[in-house]
Design a protein around this ligand. Structure first.
Ligand code: ZN
Length: 123
């Protein structure tokens, strides 16, 4: 992979990282002890509320958790890709000795496996 392509993909990864981090901090608190980990804040609509409002709080919290988890996973993949760039192993499939197709990386720069491996995994 040439430097121009790597630079372009690196920029994409960094943009995605910033966006994801902003999304996460909008409803979750960054866990200072665990880098890359976020805790969904329990929504607080104040005390003296009816049981209806309490139920709403619980539902809002429950629906935020899977979103937080999915965003965290993506963020971890992005950090992993950036780390691989530093180690010059970026673009290599993690499951086979092959390389990840450049078109695939342009669409999904945080991809960890080549298309063939990904297809096999999803079978
Ligand atoms: Zn592969």
């Amino acid at each position: 992979m040439d430097k121009k392509t790597t630079d372009k993909l690196k920029k994409m990864l960094e943009e995605r990282k910033t966006k994801l981090e902003n999304e996460l901090t909008s409803f979750a608190k960054k866990d200072e002890k665990l880098p890359g980990d976020y805790d969904t804040r329990f929504p607080d609509f104040g005390t003296n509320q009816s049981s209806d409002e309490e139920a709403f709080e619980v539902a809002a919290y429950d629906s935020a958790l899977p979103v937080e988890y999915a965003l965290e996973l993506r963020l971890a993949d992005i950090n992993r890709a950036l780390d691989k760039m530093k180690k010059n192993t970026y673009g290599q499939c993690e499951n086979c000795p092959g390389e990840i197709d450049i078109k695939r990386l342009e669409a999904m720069p945080e991809a960890r496996a080549c298309l063939d491996c990904e297809k096999k995994r999803n079978k």
